[in-house]
Design a protein around this ligand. Structure first.
Ligand code: NZQ
Ligand code: ZN
Length: 387
């Protein structure tokens, strides 16, 4: 097992009716900016629950943060933070609102040009950001219990990430009732995103980290088991709770400790969102199968293990099991109604691979993946295989 240090300071409050707990969790003298997205929280009652919980607090509001949180919009929010002397941020939304809030928490206390934080991947350490909490309304990213964020800038077709130990939410409220109002395509996205988060931290090479492997496989198996229940029309509270907790556990740092991780699928996927606006999770479903096929030689032991333990594939050589396992993973994405080829999302895909290669070269991403050996030219080939 690799050496590691692990600290996750986020307090999780899980369960039905727990949004009401916010009032006691946020300091009474805080001057809060409540941040939200396109308005779903006003239709499903979450906004009212938050307002009721914070009846004795001072609150300003900023709505309109779009999916794939947009830099220009966040700059307007930053202005509000400064003008109103905001001391505490509260994100009420999915990954986009939470990520936007994290970036604002960092930018509010950053002296230089805010975009430099992303351009130069400036990390934010403890005490360097405004404090913030979250009310999660869409399970997918794990952003409610991690310290990373991803911001889009449509004008330049960039989607960049940063983070740091100063950007864990103080408190995150997870009430499975919020799942009721999520459209099925977003639930499918949530499952596929969390699934791929686990794969990025698991589908590398054998290290003998038995517990981490079993953690990862158990999250994947749980997601497969609950997927049909959360995708059906009737709301199932138990399945909704399982879904939420799977997504959080997939990317709160726990399963990543002591093991190598890949993240190349995300790196390539972010480019596809930046160029075409394809939902984050769907970009992962496009890239992952090609990535695993391209890297079969270095990943085949883990792929075969995944095939055996998760899909019960018992016949064939290591390589045959590995290839079968990739097909099974692809089949799982299809079962969620998620297409796995770029050409199924856009007709305008010619030249995408070259564009990704160029972007990686310009960002000096010389070696990605668990071995830090995948070059921009490799990324080009993988994206080409995803057409
Ligand atoms: O904007 P509103 O009105 O809230 O509607 C949202 C949005 O349209 C809607 N929604 C959310 N909760 C709902 C709901 N609709 C009805 N009922 C509810 N309860 O869902 C739509 C998508 O929301 P969004 O927040 O964009 O989705 P998601 O949580 O998938 O977040 C995606 C963003 O997170 C980043 C992605 O790159 C993308 O920008 N990621 C963040 C990560 C992290 N911080 O660790 C890791 C991930 O790999 C990912 O990169
Ligand atoms: Zn993701």
């Amino acid at each position: 097992m690799l050496n590691f240090k692990y600290k996750n300071p986020t307090k999780i409050i899980f369960g039905k009716g727990e949004i009401a707990a916010l009032g006691k969790e946020i300091p009474s003298d805080a001057k809060i900016l409540l941040l939200y997205g396109g308005g779903s929280i006003k239709k499903n009652g979450v906004y009212q629950q938050v307002k009721d919980a914070l009846i004795n607090h001072q609150i300003e509001e900023f709505g309109g943060i779009p999916a794939n949180p947009e830099y220009e919009v966040l700059m307007d929010a930053l202005q509000v933070i400064k003008e109103k002397n905001i001391t505490y941020l509260l994100a009420v939304g999915g990954g986009s609102v939470i990520d936007g809030t994290k970036y604002l928490a960092a930018a509010a206390k950053y002296d230089g040009e805010p975009w430099d934080i992303l351009r130069n991947s400036v990390r934010t350490f403890e005490g360097q950001a405004l404090p913030f909490s979250t009310v999660l309304t869409l399970s997918a990213t794990g952003s409610e219990m991690n310290s990373g964020y991803v911001i889009s800038r449509r004008a330049t077709q960039e989607k960049l990430s940063s983070g740091g130990p100063g950007l864990f939410p103080q408190v995150s409220i997870l009430d499975p009732e919020v799942i009721r109002s999520i459209p099925k395509n977003q639930i499918a996205n949530g499952i596929a995103d969390a699934y791929t988060h686990v794969m990025e931290q698991y589908m590398t090479y054998p290290t003998g980290a038995t517990l981490q492997d079993r953690f990862a496989e158990s999250i994947i198996q749980s997601l497969q088991e609950i997927a049909p229940k959360v995708m059906q029309d009737d709301f199932d509270y138990t399945a909704a709770g399982d879904f939420m907790w799977c997504c959080t556990m997939a990317l709160n740092g726990l399963i990543q400790q002591g093991v190598p991780s890949d993240w190349a699928v995300h790196a390539m996927g972010h480019e596809l969102t930046a160029y075409y606006g394809i939902d984050h999770a769907r970009t992962l479903a496009i890239v992952a199968p090609s990535h695993y096929r391209y890297n079969l030689e270095s990943k085949k032991e883990k792929l075969a293990q995944y095939g055996e333990r998760v899909w019960n594939i018992t016949e064939g050589t290591t390589e045959e099991k590995a290839l079968k396992a990739i097909e099974k993973m692809e089949g799982f994405f299809h079962s969620l109604g998620i297409q796995t080829k770029l050409s199924e999302y856009t007709e305008d895909y010619n030249g995408t691979a070259e564009k990704v290669e160029k972007a990686f070269i310009s960002r000096k991403m010389a070696g990605i993946g668990e071995h830090k050996k995948l070059t921009p030219a490799d990324a080009k080939k993988i994206v080409e295989m995803s057409y």
